[in-house]
Design a protein around this ligand. Structure first.
Ligand code: PLP
Length: 392
């Protein structure tokens, strides 16, 4: 037998392994040092009380014959999809519950959606990039082209008419750069996709962090229904990184190559995915309740305040950065022309603070560095004081 040879094309993902190695080596040689981690992309606050209550009630349902639930619907229970549709309405976007499919998270859906597209499509990703878009398409043997995001374009690549792409991944607010597209910028991508009969795969995993007047969904922008699929997640919105729940939105009228895209994705999910558990779907619906929204906003605001603290320090130091305002990520230019890893080592050894070298997210990440606002408030303040002390 032969394995899928495309796996040989994957670039070894050494980023987090290399970070862990350098941190462990340093800690071993300096056991007295208190290292603060501002590199993590995982949340640290617990689930909201109404969410936990709904999850426990869901678990109790499974304990009685009358309320027991077996396999869920492939597309998710109607009450959860209705709750998501109402949520979209709250920021002025009209999506039918029949266009929403509940899943175990955005990573799975972003990675699996390629099943419905031919291998010969050309994929466009922005660079720096969330690695799932790249690796899942390498596994499928697709050609990938990169749109440069850099200081000049504010880390927001715009379409190049001379380039032909069939599948376009956009992530806004972006991981890792925190940059968020305006409606006008997204309209340029929509027009480009429409003209090229392409499909935009829009990852809105961080939409809940938007506080300025920017689109929370690509479907807030005119024309998106003709060419877009949107992925979203409760991971960062409501702390579901370990609980696992997300959703994908596909307009019912979206067609390509004589096929209905919603139907293809439904068929794919029905074949390879057996749904999200009852207690988790109950918990997900609770996120969208009035009380749920109030409670999750407290956590989001906590993280956003951390972001403001980091951003204010960078302003003070005169360091260029994107993100922080509409995103839990702060993407900063390493001072004095330092490389990403050089700056990583400086922060680790002189400030005992860990971040993520931008070079790990693509060639345009070299010379940049990612900090996150998902940490503890006191530790974030302490880390920022230490960074200021070595850079001021
Ligand atoms: N999309 C982006 C851009 C992310 O940064 C992440 C997680 O870090 C995900 C998707 C994964 O989301 P989920 O936890 O729902 O799989």
């Amino acid at each position: 037998m032969k394995i899928n040879q495309n796996f040989d094309e994957l670039v070894p993902n050494y980023l987090f392994a290399e970070i862990a190695k350098r941190v462990n080596d340093y800690q071993k040689n300096n056991p007295e040092k208190d290292i603060i981690r501002l590199g993590i992309g995982d949340v640290t606050l617990p689930l909201a009380p109404v969410v936990i209550e709904a999850m426990k009630k869901g678990a109790d349902d499974l304990a009685a014959k009358e309320t027991f639930k077996g396999y869920p619907d492939y597309e998710g229970y109607a009450f959860v999809r209705e709750a998501v549709a109402e949520y979209y309405k709250s920021f002025g976007v009209d999506i039918s519950p029949d266009e929403i499919l509940i899943s175990d998270g955005a990573k799975s859906d972003c990675g699996n959606i390629g099943d419905i597209f031919d291998k010969d499509n050309t994929v466009l990703v922005t660079d720096p990039v969330y690695p799932v878009y790249v690796d899942s398409n390498i596994m499928a043997g697709r050609k990938i082209i990169y749109a440069d995001c850099n200081k000049e374009n504010g880390f927001k690549a715009l379409p190049d008419e001379s380039v032909k792409a069939d599948i376009i991944y956009l992530c806004s607010p972006n991981n890792p750069t925190g940059a968020a597209y305006t409606a006008d910028e997204l309209k340029l991508w929509i027009d480009y996709a429409d003209k090229n009969s392409a499909i935009i795969l829009y990852d809105a995993a961080y939409e809940a962090f938007i506080s300025e007047d920017l689109p929370r969904s690509i479907f807030a922008v005119e024309g998106a229904r003709k060419c877009c699929i949107e992925f979203c997640s409760l991971s960062k919105t409501a702390g579901f990184t370990g609980t696992r729940c997300g959703y994908t939105v596909i307009p019912k009228e979206l067609e390509r190559d004589g096929h209905n895209i919603y139907k293809l994705w439904y068929r794919r999910q029905a074949t390879k995915f057996n749904g999200v558990s009852w207690p988790v779907q109950c918990a997900a619906a609770a996120v969208f309740s009035e009380e749920g929204q109030k409670q999750i906003k407290e956590n989001i605001n906590y993280y956003k305040k951390n972001g403001e603290i980091i951003a204010a320090a960078l302003d003070e130091l005169g360091i260029f950065y994107t993100g922080g305002k509409n995103s839990p990520y702060i993407w900063l230019e390493c001072p004095d022309g330092m490389g990403s890893w050089e700056f990583f080592d400086l922060l680790l050894t002189k400030a005992n603070v860990v971040g993520t070298p931008g070079a790990g997210f693509g060639k345009n990440g070299e010379g940049f560095f990612r900090l996150t606002s998902f940490g503890d408030r006191d530790k974030t303040i302490e880390a920022i004081d230490r960074i200021k002390a070595i850079l001021a």
